[in-house]
Design a protein around this ligand. Structure first.
Ligand SMILES: Cc1cc2nc3c(=O)[nH]c(=O)nc-3n(C[C@H](O)[C@H](O)[C@H](O)COP(=O)(O)O)c2cc1C
Length: 226
């Protein structure tokens, strides 16, 4: 199918139909990162073979499975994080919450490989339980991971990591679980845009025995504001 526009139009009179090859990489990147939102941020802690620490945020990041538990994150280009993971295949995905938004952003600077982002950003490296890279002491939760595979396609490098340990601060724990309001995660939008959690809802999962033979409008579980 032919694309409807050969560049992002200022206003859209009809629906947009576009494939990656129709636009410049930069324009398509802006479209993709504005559509897949909000994204959580994995603040990735790694070490080089010689023991130099590295810390950098990745918002092409998510939980990928639960038996066993996997996370994945994507690097555009071989950055220090991927270089380190090829040497020491272990990382910590520090969970980014609102109180460390500015420090997290600061560590995205293109610092030389032998510079310590913890020092520049005023962060505290704390020994991890099962992996060599340290945790960010200021983060409220951490996932320690072992790299199982790095899938590379041209300039995209997707790191698949098996979760081997999790750590959670008491300050975000309530009634037997992590409370999303207490956690207060940073949600990444496009470019330099971020959001914090707004209204929270719950919706029950549908059960076939309640749905079968009935009008969907009557049996569809309702979203309830919490
Ligand atoms: C919030 C945020 C999210 C980012 N997400 C990604 C990402 O998913 N993939 C990527 O390649 N770069 C991402 N970047 C840019 C990297 O953090 C940046 O290139 C950094 O210098 C990489 O560090 P490293 O070379 O130490 O790995 C992001 C930057 C910010 C501020």
């Amino acid at each position: 199918m032919a694309g409807s526009h050969d560049a992002p139009p200022r206003t859209l009179e009809g629906p947009l139909e576009v494939s990656p090859e129709d636009w410049s990489t930069k324009d398509f990147y802006h479209l993709m990162t504005a559509l897949v939102i909000p994204r959580p941020i994995g603040w990735m802690s790694t070490v080089s073979a010689s023991g130099v620490r590295n810390l950098a945020p990745y918002s092409y990041f998510n939980l990928m499975g639960s038996d066993p538990f996997y996370v994945a994150f994507g690097s555009t280009g071989v950055k220090d994080t991927v270089t380190n993971l090829r040497e020491v295949p272990e990382f910590v995905a520090n969970i980014v919450t609102m109180h460390v938004l500015e420090q997290m952003n600061f560590t995205s600077g293109n610092f030389p490989r032998d510079e310590d982002e913890y020092q520049w950003a005023g962060l505290t490296p704390v020994a991890s339980a099962k992996v060599r890279p340290p945790r960010v002491g200021e983060a409220k939760a951490h996932l320690e991971c072992e790299v199982v595979q790095i899938v590379s396609d041209r300039n995209t490098h997707i790191v698949l990591g098996r979760v081997v340990h999790a750590h959670v601060e008491p300050s975000v724990w309530k009634d037997g679980r992590v409370d999303p309001r207490l956690l207060d995660p940073v949600c990444r939008l496009a470019g330099s845009g971020y959001a914090s959690l707004g209204d929270l809802f719950s919706v029950d999962r549908p059960e076939w025995k309640n749905v079968q033979g009935r009008d969907a409008r009557e049996v569809m579980p309702r979203a309830v504001k919490k």
